[in-house]
Design a protein around this ligand. Sequence first.
Ligand SMILES: C[S@@+](CC[C@H](N)C(=O)[O-])C[C@H]1O[C@@H](n2cnc3c(N)ncnc32)[C@H](O)[C@@H]1O
Length: 371
Amino acid sequence: MSDALTAASWPLEPHTAAKLKILGAYLRAWFPIIAQGSSFDRIIYIDGFAGPGRYKKGEDGSPIIALKAALGVPPRENQIPLEFHFVERKRRVSATLKANIEYLKQHRKIPPHIEIHVHERQTFAEAYEQHIRGRLLAHARAPAFALVDPFGWTGMPMQILSELMERPSTEILVNFMFEEINRFIKHLQQEQNFDSLYGCPEWRRAFDLSGFDRKRFIHDLYGEQLRNAAGARYVRSFEMRNSRNATDYFLYFASNNILGLAKMKEAMWKIAPSGDFTFSDATNFDQCVLFEPEPNRQMLRHLIAERFAKQRATVQQVENFVVEETPFLATHYKKQVLKEMEADQALRYLDPPTNRPRGTFASKSAVLEFL
Ligand SMILES: C[S@@+](CC[C@H](N)C(=O)[O-])C[C@H]1O[C@@H](n2cnc3c(N)ncnc32)[C@H](O)[C@@H]1O
């Protein structure tokens, strides 16, 4: 039993803190929505590379952030179980994690519907094979969330991600450690690991590329594999650059659920810029959008104008495009973009109700003509 907060010796770097803020913001939105469901008998949360639970100055690590997000959901009658699987390969790190979970238990009442499993001294792949796959199969309809946050590129086979994405309701958040991957991709001893990471042999085409082309290829192939091999309906990636403006990692979010995608994008927009890092949507490098307190309205206008040029579309169709295919949110496009386009006569609102104030788009079935 631990009666003191146990920290790892790892300092929390600003770009890592940003990742954890995103995770917390997403889970604080995701858990309450999912917990309201009635068509499944539990929720399964997986942290495949859990770490110690705390950083050097006592800041929460990913497992504690997830548990606190779950504890923040007001309990209701007949609460369905929420099953946590934390996997950590290293003995000392998993001992620290267990101590930090004990510490949390001493200070916050953990209700009985929250089940915590620490798979210590096991790799993600081992714990998945031995414990987690069985739980997922036994509860095939249970919504699941998996965080895959390694130090490098090993131990996160595309095969496992594919199995996860085959389920009707699974979200995954993958930390794709670009800087390390780019540095080691030509190492001969790493061939098997890269085959497993990508789930295909095509990554070898990176050998002939350099600079931006190589970065783009390494990034895009992983997204394509999540879409095509793993079968994820929605895949977005987000680029974290460090204070030297070098790409540190990409966060990939994959989901089959539009609400999950919307909530993840909201979490991304909450990350305020800082001098220490920049954070942008990198799903399509031709449209890299930096997350800032004020969204880049001109960029969104350009995307909408290009997509719907000379066409008619309902407000709902425009919203679907914004949420599914751009980095922007459903809250960004009406007041900030459609209103301006109507004022500039770049669109026409067909058959408006007599009492409609210009520049408002309350009805989702309203038809707009883009000029
Ligand atoms: C980047 S850290 C995780 C940080 C943690 N997700 C957080 O945000 O607080 C990666 C952790 O994964 C562990 N690890 C490395 N390889 C692993 C594997 N194949 N399976 C499970 N854990 C692994 C390392 O010991 C380390 O603690």
